[in-house]
Design a protein around this ligand. Sequence first.
Ligand SMILES: Nc1nc2c(ncn2[C@@H]2O[C@H](COP(=O)(O)OP(=O)(O)OP(=O)(O)O)[C@@H](O)[C@H]2O)c(=O)[nH]1
Ligand SMILES: [Mg+2]
Length: 465
Amino acid sequence: MKDIFFEDTIAAISTAVSEAGIGIVRISGPDAVGIADRVLTLPGKKTLAEAPTHTIHYGFLHGSGDEEGEFDEVLATVMRGPKSYTAEDTVEINCHGGVYTVQKALEAVIGAGARLAEPGEFTKRAFLNGRIDLTRAEAVMEVIRAKSDLALKSSVKALRGSVWKSVSALRGEILHECAFIEAALDDPEHYSLDNYADSLGALCGDWKKRLSRLISTAKGGKLISEGINTVIIGRPNAGKSSLLNRFAGEERAIVTRVEGTTRDVIRHTVRVGGLTLNLADTAGIRDARDEVEQIGVELALDLAKEADLILYVVDSARELDENDRQIAGLIKDRKVIVLLNKSDLDTVTDEAAVRALGGNGRFVPLSALTGEGMEQLEKEILDMFHIGDLSFNEEAVITSMRHKDLLEKALGSLERVSQALEDGMPEDLVNIDLVEAASQLGQITGESIRDDLADEIFSKFCMGK
Ligand SMILES: Nc1nc2c(ncn2[C@@H]2O[C@H](COP(=O)(O)OP(=O)(O)OP(=O)(O)O)[C@@H](O)[C@H]2O)c(=O)[nH]1
Ligand SMILES: [Mg+2]
């Protein structure tokens, strides 16, 4: 445990503030038990102060100094530090879940001496009290904000420490070499740096590989946590808005037989399996005479350039035309699923015809009108983003941009180490970038470099003997 202690006691409503079966007010800090005792009456004049840790008590809630004014029947859980979420003394009061009651319970607790917690403050305390490292603290925030099942899974995995494990293992190895170099420079009689450059070069190559691998998961990690930006594109009347509505399960976009119905971008977020798709329905691509429609077409083309996934809707009941040729050319080499729409009608356009225009990607026959083919479309999307791999392997997935940034910086430092070794630079110079890399990785897990390097030197290399 780091010796940071907080003098004040904080409280907040820990459950969603809505009509629910129960609502929980959490109190954490040195006076948590005392404060709870001031607002609770337990049967037989018992108090929480004399209760053993990790026990639950039945009682009545009232304002501080207002024993007569009982307003709820509650269960209170006592968890004494360090065996609690924040590592501090914690009491959780389970009240009945009406918005009014829970608010009133919080007011009573504040009236008895607690301070209203800031957002995330319980987790911040858990971190500052040394109970969880920074990657886990961040993962807790991600669990709270997770938009999809898969995002939740990867945050929970980070919470169990998969990112922390990979990063701190790497950092430990780097620190070990930093310590060795410092020891050898200080005490050349006992530690020799002969041929050391070669072995450090080899280690450095391995570290760089591991870092690059971690960094490469960040793209998938971002898609998981923020959703896949998906653009529906196609010529007018192909059925783009019908597809959006089919995904949404409601009439989000106007559908008519008139070409050029959609002009603005219509957005809707949907879940597919464990994934989140941020869908954008766009204006049909054509050389529009109407100025407003033309702006919509430009917007569609711009969005398609940035998208993670393009759903290209083709009207398979009609021949392809110039607009299709333009679209097919534009989205070559991108992540594309071509939807041969209106499969419920007599079709004249097939996969081969689209390919002949240069269009490629995966092909799915679909009827946005009847819904036939939607299942296959969803399967293709899940398959395309390797959901099988991401959800089941135990590999760490980087979902935080802060982590990615620091990993890239650490990789840069290691590149400089490799370069310096190749140039035959002296070890003390090499060590500067090595320490830098360890420090950047330390910022991910929230460990400070100074103490750790000193520990490493003293514990492993018996300096000062
Ligand atoms: N038979 C059949 N008709 C469809 C299908 N999908 C869409 N339609 C019809 O095609 C017409 C155009 O559909 P929309 O969804 O508005 O097409 P859009 O691509 O959004 O058109 P714009 O917004 O004008 O670019 C409507 O009359 C739809 O009912 C389908 O799978 N089968
Ligand atoms: Mg439309």
